[in-house]
Design a protein around this ligand. Structure first.
Ligand SMILES: [Zn+2]
Length: 515
């Protein structure tokens, strides 16, 4: 293989799935594997076949389907250096066009003494036997020296040389506990490549954990020092603090190609979709500030940054969001956002406002932004839509004050501007603040419609979400639907109610004309 090409070994379905609370069934694993294929990973580690029937079935299913597609990735399963493990793994990966068996045994003294109760000689012997046995079933055999980062480098060099002679095609140097620092880990890779005489026959691999938040940095340092396979997981899932994050390591290599000069086969435009799918299926949420795939990864909030981005994107962006499958950068609209950002966002949503309309919109936008920290697209749509219907309305709500509480009769005062410009004020009481407000509206409009249906739901996100009220009214033989949105429920209700009345007025006029 091209010496500048990094093999992306995805272990979302094995190490990633070992993360607390994110176990996946065979059907879900297949769904992820299909997306990993579209993403263009080189190796899919589908599971640990001997560990459960589910994993056996999952790896087998992936091998049978994804493993047989054109340009299929290698389908891999994990096995300890135990005959039964290797046999189970061999059976699971067999249907794939390019099966890989990944055998692992620990090499650090801590693991030898406290876990395996084996001597170094015994470990080498077992590793060699296992690699030879695995090679009977697969042309591609990876050998992992678990806890490499805490192993004696001379022993590592010895065992790697032996397994390469036994037929291993990839040697993996895991920092199983996430203990290594970048320069230390890079040095380990560099020295191993120097010390293992037959290393040129194989691909040297990294497998890092994020216990100190360094897994991506360590993997990059390894690549810089000659490693040509990076093991990683989507969204950085994995044991404890997780694995090297696929999207971060891939985008770091790509964004700083000038320094690495290395490539991967990843179709980066599939990254966002892959991340969302994995998050959905595992139930593990991606934090908003997460690099590359967090909701805020391409969101700009400050007015200065927004202005810069609109003038020239690279002022505050090192990656093009479209390259990772994010539609475009988000300029988070806040009360600090200027008209440039607002107009731009509205245009994107399909609304071209003239200067006067925009001025009006800004006033309403600022009022909402003061109440709500962030104004999202759906907030804007709610604002525009409301404006759209208000333009020709017979009744426009100008003021509303409702009060209620224990031992207080719910009352509402309302001020409504009529089509002829007259402003009418009324007050009423009711069973609750919403009832009081609609009663006051009735006094102004002269209608007494029957409320058939009332629905309230949050239309935007957060505690300060806008609520949308939908009402269905019956009056003069007509059933009319009204909608209103506000951060205040009573106001949303009054707006919905008035919206229905306004529609009723239009309907009545149309009916009269029709006669
Ligand atoms: Zn691991």
């Amino acid at each position: 293989m091209d010496n500048k090409r990094i093999v992306i070994f995805d272990t979302t379905l094995r190490d990633g799935e070992q993360a607390p609370g994110c176990s996946l069934g065979p059907a879900q694993k297949l769904q992820v594997a299909e997306q990993l294929y579209r993403l263009g990973v080189d190796v899919i580690e589908g599971g640990f076949p001997v560990s459960s029937l589910g994993d056996m079935e999952a790896v087998k299913t992936i091998a049978k389907s994804v493993g047989r597609l054109p340009d299929a990735p290698e389908i891999c399963g994990l096995a300890r250096c135990v005959k039964g493990d290797i046999e189970a793994c061999a059976e699971a990966v067999k249907p794939a066009r390019r099966p890989r068996i990944h055998v692992v045994i620990a090499t650090s003294d801590i693991h030898l003494k406290h876990k395996l109760h084996m001597t170094r000689d015994q470990v080498v012997e077992r590793a060699v036997e296992s690699v030879k046995f695995a090679r009977r079933f697969a042309g591609s055999v990876e050998f992992s020296a678990e806890d490499s980062a805490r192993s004696d480098i001379h022993f590592l060099a010895r065992i790697f040389e032996a397994v390469i002679d036994a037929g291993a095609t990839t040697i993996n140097v895991p920092d199983t506990t996430g203990y290594a620092l970048p320069w230390e880990y890079g040095e380990l890779i560099r020295r191993l490549i120097e010390m293992v005489p037959n290393v040129h026959k194989v691909v040297v691999s990294t497998h890092c954990h994020d216990d100190l938040g360094l897994s991506v940095a360590n993997s990059l340092e390894a690549a810089k020092n000659g490693a040509r396979q990076i093991e990683c997981a989507v969204n950085g899932l994995g044991e404890r603090a997780g694995n090297t994050c696929l999207e971060e390591v891939v985008m770091a290599l790509r964004t700083r190609q000038d320094l690495f000069g290395l490539t991967t086969g990843i179709r980066t435009k599939e990254i966002a979709k892959t991340s969302r799918l994995v998050s959905k299926l595992t139930g593990v949420m991606v934090p908003p500030n997460k690099a590359i795939v967090g909701a805020n990864a391409f969101a700009h909030s400050s007015g200065i940054h927004q202005d810069g981005i609109l003038k020239f994107r690279q002022t505050y962006e090192i990656m093009n969001p479209e390259d990772v499958g994010v539609e475009e950068s988000t300029l988070l609209l806040t009360s600090r956002s200027g008209r440039h950002a607002l107009a731009n966002r509205l245009k994107h949503l399909g609304y071209k406002l003239n200067k006067k309309q925009l001025e009006e919109m800004i006033v309403r936008f600022k009022a909402l932004a003061d109440k709500k920290r962030y104004v999202f697209d759906d907030d804007l749509l709610a604002l525009v839509e409301e404006k759209g219907t208000n333009l020709k309305d017979d009744f426009v709500l100008e003021y509303l004050n409702a009060s209620s509480g224990t031992g207080v009769v719910p009352t509402a005062t309302i001020r409504i501007r009529k089509a002829d410009g007259h402003v009418v004020q009324e007050a009423a009481c009711g069973d609750g603040p919403v009832d009081a407000a609609t009663n006051a509206i009735d006094k102004v409009t002269g209608f007494k419609p029957k409320l058939i249906d009332y629905n309230l739901h949050a239309i935007t996100s957060g505690k300060d979400a806008q609520g949308e009220v939908t009402v269905r009214l019956e009056e003069s033989g007509l059933t009319i639907l009204g909608r209103g949105a506000s951060t205040d429920i009573v106001e949303a209700s009054a707006k919905a109610y008035l919206n229905a009345i306004n529609k009723l007025m239009v309907a009545k006029r149309t009916r009269r004309k029709g006669r």
